[in-house]
Design a protein around this ligand. Structure first.
Ligand code: SF4
Ligand code: MSK
Length: 632
C-alpha cells in the first residue's frame, strides 16, 4: 500500500486508496493538478475590482508593475482584498444568525419550532429591555427576535451585544473607533470603500476590517448561537462517537452537512418517526443511522449526541464508502464536487437552501413553515434509496473514537460547580477556573478552531498543536472542524487526560471534563468570546491581559479570516497555520502581526509548524502571567 502522507487520519488514507482504485478523484487529486498556486493571488497582489484590470503587482520592489492602472499600490490592493474576505465571512456568519432569528420569530407553541431554553430567552429579553412580565413566552420570543433582526440594519448606534464586553475592552474599542454599527452596514461599508477609486489607505482599510469583524463575533455569530440555544436547547455534556466508522453497513445512512441547525434539528426528529422507521425496515434496513459533517455535525452532536462522520476534508470520503444513502446539505463548506461524485455511487445529494443550489443535486427546498414535513420528505427519499446501494462498492473503515461534547459556557460553569464550596463561593460562575489559572495549576487557555486545508496534512495541524498545549497545562477549547479532528483523535474522551500535564490532568479529574472541550460550531466561537469576557471580568482585567490565546492551524474560509480578525480585535493573540494572502504588502503584514498590538492589545502570528506555534503560544501565555503577577 502506497504511503499517502496527507492525513493523520487512518480512515482518510484508506478511503483515498479506495477512491484511487475506483478511478474517483478527491480534493487531494485536484490539489495536485492545481500545481503551484498563483503567486500573485497567494500574496494578495492581484486586483480585479474594475475592468481596467485585472492588475497584478510585481512582488519584487522596483521591478515590474508597482501600481495598478488606477495607481493603487500593493498595500492598497492587499488591504482591499483582505477586508473583502472579512466582509465575506461576516456576511456568511451573520446571514446564518439572521436566519435563526427569523426561525425564532416564527416559533409557536403548536408549531415545528418551539422554545427549548426559556431561561436563556428571558435573560436575553432582560438584557435587551424587552418586557417580560405577564406576557406569553412566545410574544416575548417574537419581540426579542425582532430586536435581533433590527441589529442588521438599524440606522444609528452600535450593536447591543457589544455591551457584554468588559469595560476595559469597551474603552479600547471606543478610543479607536472600532465599535461597529448595524451588521449589514459594516458589510456594505467595506464593499463601498473597496470599490475602484474609493479608500486607498491600507491602514484605514484594515481598521474598517477590524471594526466589521466585531459585527461577526459580537453580532451575527453571537445571535446565531444565542437563538439556536433558545430554540433547540443549550448544550450539555453528552457522549458521541466520531469518524467515518460511525456509518452502519446494515442501516440507511444519512449525513447532514452544512451549518444551520434549523434544518438538521428537523431531520433529527424525522429519523425518529415511527412510520419512517417502519419504511426503513420494509426496504431491508435495520434502522436509520444519522450522522453529521462539518458544523451541522457540531450543532446536532452538541444538542443530541448525533455521531460525527467527519470534518471538512472528509465530505467526499463519506460518499466514497458507498454506504451513504443521502447527503443533505444547507449552506457553507459544501464541495460542489459532491454533485458529480454522488453520481458515481448511489448516494442522493440533496440541497435544501435557496441560498445554496448546486447543479446536478436534487433540490428539495426546506420550508421552515412546514419544517417537519419537509424533513420527513427528505428522509423518505434517503430510505427509498437504500435498495440502490451496491454492496460490492461498500467499504466502511472501522475507525471511530468516543468523545464527550456539549460544553456551552453554562455547562462549563455547571461542571466547575463540582468543586465549589457553596458556603464560601457562589455557584454557576467561572471562579474555579479563574482560581486554577491564578494558582498556575492551569497555565492558561487556548481556543483552537477552524477548517481543514490541503496545504496542511489533514488534522495534523490541529492535533499536534492541541497535544502540545494540553501537555503543558494549557486547557484547549475548540469548535468547527478542529473540534471534529480532536474528537476523532480521542482528545475529547476522559482517557485523554493521559495526554495532559499534571495540573490540567488534576483539573480534568476534579471537574470531570476532558482536556479538550467541544464548544460547538464556527458561529459558537461567540461562546469562547463570552468565556474570555467573563473570565476577564472575574479577574478585573482587560481581555488582552489574560493568559489566553487562539489558533486556526488549518483554516481556509473567508469566515475564518473574519473570525481571526474579531478574535485579535477582542484582544486575543491568534496563530495561523496557513498564511493569509497578505504577504505582498510588508505594511499590511506589519499592521496585522505587529502594530495591531498597540491598538487592540493582540496580534496575528503566522506559524505553520504546530510545535513551534505551541511553543510561541506557551511563551506568550507565560508573558501574560508574569505581567499579571500570577504565581509561577
Ligand atoms: Fe487595476 Fe485599480 Fe482596477 Fe484594481 S481597481 S483592477 S488596481 S485599475
Ligand atoms: S465547517 S468554515 S470548514 S471549520 Fe464551519 Fe469546518 Fe471551516 Fe467550514
Amino acid at each position: 500500500m502506497e504511503e499517502k502522507n496527507f492525513s493523520i487520519d487512518p480512515t482518510t488514507e484508506a478511503l483515498v486508496i479506495k477512491a484511487e482504485k475506483e478511478g474517483i478523484e478527491t480534493l487531494w487529486d485536484r490539489k495536485k493538478i492545481m500545481k503551484t498556486p498563483c503567486g500573485f493571488g497567494e500574496e494578495g497582489l492581484c486586483c480585479r475590482i474594475c475592468a481596467m484590470g485585472p492588475c497584478r503587482i510585481s512582488p519584487t520592489a522596483g521591478k515590474g508593475a508597482q501600481k495598478g492602472i488606477c495607481g493603487a499600490t500593493a498595500d492598497v490592493i492587499v488591504a482591499r482584498n483582505l477586508v473583502r474576505m472579512i466582509a465575506g465571512g461576516l456576511a456568511t456568519h451573520s446571514d446564518h444568525g439572521r436566519d435563526i432569528a427569523h426561525v425564532l420569530h416564527m416559533a409557536k407553541r403548536d408549531g415545528n419550532y418551539k422554545i427549548a431554553d426559556e431561561k436563556k430567552l428571558l435573560s436575553l429579553a432582560k438584557e435587551w429591555e424587552v418586557a417580560t412580565e405577564n406576557r406569553d413566552i412566545y410574544d416575548i420570543a417574537h419581540e426579542v427576535a425582532e430586536v435581533a433582526l433590527n441589529e442588521f440594519g438599524k440606522p444609528f448606534g452600535s450593536l447591543r451585544l457589544l455591551e457584554r464586553v468588559p469595560e476595559q475592552r469597551k474603552q479600547v474599542w471606543d478610543e479607536n473607533k472600532l465599535k461597529p454599527g448595524a451588521i449589514d452596514k459594516e458589510i456594505v461599508t467595506i464593499m463601498h470603500s473597496t470599490h475602484i477609486g474609493c479608500c486607498a489607505d491600507a491602514k484605514d482599510l484594515v481598521h474598517k476590517g477590524m471594526r466589521a469583524s466585531l459585527a461577526d463575533g459580537w453580532g451575527g455569530s453571537m445571535i446565531g448561537t444565542e437563538f439556536s440555544d433558545i430554540l433547540f436547547g443549550s448544550p450539555v455534556p453528552r457522549e458521541t462517537e466520531a469518524n467515518l466508522g460511525v456509518l452502519e453497513e446494515d442501516q440507511v445512512n444519512i449525513i447532514v452537512h452544512g451549518h444551520e441547525p434549523s434544518l438538521s434539528e428537523m431531520i433529527v426528529l424525522a429519523v425518529e418517526d415511527p412510520e419512517l422507521l417502519q419504511l426503513a425496515k420494509e426496504v431491508g434496513a435495520k434502522g436509520i443511522n444519522l450522522s453529521g459533517m462539518c458544523c451541522t455535525a457540531n450543532e446536532v452532536t452538541m444538542r443530541h449526541g448525533v455521531k460525527i462522520a467527519g470534518n471538512f476534508a472528509q465530505q467526499e470520503l463519506a460518499v466514497i464508502t458507498g454506504a451513504v444513502e443521502a447527503v443533505i446539505v444547507d449552506v457553507q463548506c459544501i464541495f460542489p464536487a459532491l454533485s458529480p461524485l454522488t453520481k458515481c455511487y448511489h448516494t442522493k445529494f440533496i440541497t435544501t437552501s435557496p441560498k445554496a443550489k448546486i447543479s446536478g443535486a436534487t433540490h428539495i427546498e426546506f420550508e421552515e413553515e412546514k419544517a417537519l414535513a419537509s424533513a420527513k420528505q427528505i428522509v423518505k427519499e434517503a430510505i427509498l434509496n437504500f435498495k440502490n446501494r451496491d454492496k460490492e462498492k461498500v467499504f466502511i473503515p472501522k475507525t471511530k473514537s468516543p468523545a464527550i461534547v456539549g460544553y456551552s459556557v453554562e455547562s462549563i460553569k455547571s461542571q466547575l460547580d463540582k468543586v465549589v464550596n457553596s458556603h464560601i463561593d457562589p455557584m454557576g460562575t467561572l471562579k474555579p477556573l479563574a482560581d486554577v489559572i491564578k494558582a498556575g495549576v492551569l497555565r492558561g487557555a487556548a481556543g483552537v478552531v477552524g477548517c481543514n486545508n490541503p496545504k496542511v496534512k489533514h488534522d495534523y495541524g490541529h492535533i499536534e498543536l492541541m497535544k502540545e498545549l494540553i501537555k503543558n497545562d494549557v486547557i484547549v477549547v475548540t469548535t468547527g472542524c478542529a473540534a471534529q479532528a480532536a474528537a476523532k483523535a480521542g482528545l475529547m474522551s476522559k482517557e485523554a487526560r493521559k495526554f495532559a500535564g499534571k495540573g490540567l490532568a488534576t483539573v480534568c479529574e476534579l471537574v470531570d471534563i476532558p482536556p479538550v472541550l467541544h464548544m460547538g460550531s464556527c458561529v459558537d466561537i461567540s461562546r469562547i468570546l463570552m468565556l474570555v469576557a467573563e473570565l476577564a471580568e472575574m479577574l478585573d482585567v482587560d481581555m488582552s491581559a489574560l493568559p489566553v490565546v487562539g489558533a486556526a492551524p488549518e483554516w481556509m474560509s473567508e469566515k475564518a479570516v473574519s473570525i481571526g480578525t474579531y478574535v485579535v480585535t477582542s484582544g486575543i493573540d491568534t496563530w495561523l497555520g496557513v498564511a493569509p494572502p497578505v504577504t505582498g504588502s510588508a505594511a499590511v503584514v506589519d499592521l496585522l502581526t505587529n502594530k495591531a498590538e498597540a491598538v487592540v492589545g493582540a496580534r496575528f502570528y503566522i506559524e505553520p509548524d504546530p510545535y513551534k506555534a505551541a511553543q510561541q503560544m506557551i511563551e506568550r501565555i507565560e508573558e501574560k502571567r508574569e505581567a499579571l503577577g500570577l504565581s509561577l
